[in-house]
Ligand binder design. Structure first.
Ligand code: ADP
Ligand code: TYD
Length: 213
């Protein structure tokens, strides 16, 4: 375990808005605490000073006239910054990195739901990350109506992306499922309709399998 973790494991969390990513990230961070495994938690877009400014622009509902290509490039711009400034140096120093969303979000949201196409997105993803890929990607699959109800309980105001509505979330979900079918080794499809505890059993088993490989 120590040998692999000395390289730093890169774990990303994906799924539609409100699918339970943050909840599972928190549980995994508690697990790592109990094992004395050094880790950091990041989110996309954001995680750097530049990235947090880009995040504000992207999620601000006042920017509802944003061109889809502008949106795509802003997500990629924030990504380039977090990869070079934080993620690569952290992994190199042996830190495990947990990231709330990464390039698969762009595949599902911009490539699929916005209809910009997987070719363009994959090319830009590669440029922004200089080829870095997660070791494990958890995809928490959930019906958008259930996710919407969960978000309602959370009681937060909708951001610009969430305001796109249920049909958009259905398209995002379809994009993610398409991805999972193409990259089943890396992308771990998890049934997120279950209890947090049941879901976490899968998460921890998959992490342990990777660590002990
Ligand atoms: P995300 O980070 O994907 O937006 P959260 O983890 O914040 O999702 O979860 C959204 C809401 O759903 C929160 O109120 C959270 O407490 C709740 N929640 C998370 N996981 C589950 C679950 N498995 N079952 C029921 N509610 C959940
Ligand atoms: P965030 O609050 O981080 O997500 P969540 O609601 O799941 O907690 O908001 C980020 C929003 O940006 C979310 O709706 C997904 C969207 N997004 C994209 O459209 N493309 C991307 O590449 C990324 C990283 C996020």
């Amino acid at each position: 375990m120590a040998e692999l973790l000395s390289k730093g494991l890169f774990i990303t969390f994906e799924g539609i808005d409100g699918c339970g990513k943050s909840t599972q990230m928190l549980k995994l961070s508690e697990y790592f605490n109990s094992k004395y495994i050094p880790y950091m938690i990041l989110r996309e877009p954001g995680g750097t000073v530049v990235g947090e400014k880009i995040r504000e622009v992207l999620l601000d509902k006042k920017n509802d006239g944003m061109d889809p290509i502008c949106e795509l490039l802003l997500f990629e711009a924030a990504r380039a910054q977090i990869v070079s400034e934080v993620i690569r140096p952290s992994l190199d120093s042996g830190m495990t990195v947990l990231c709330d969303r990464f390039f698969d979000s762009t595949y599902a949201y911009q490539g699929f739901a916005r209809g910009l196409g997987s070719g363009t997105v994959e090319m830009l993803n590669k440029t922004a990350t200089s080829g870095l890929k997660p070791d494990i990607t958890f995809l928490f699959d959930l019906d958008p109506v259930a996710a919407f109800e969960r978000r309602g309980i959370r009681g937060e105001a909708e951001d610009r992306m969430e305001a796109l509505g249920l049909k958009f979330q259905e398209d995002v979900r379809a994009g993610y499922l398409d991805l999972a079918s193409k990259e089943s080794d890396r992308v771990k499809l998890i049934d997120a309709s279950r209890s947090p505890e049941e879901i976490f059993e899968d998460v921890v088993r998959i992490v342990d399998e990777k660590v002990n490989k």
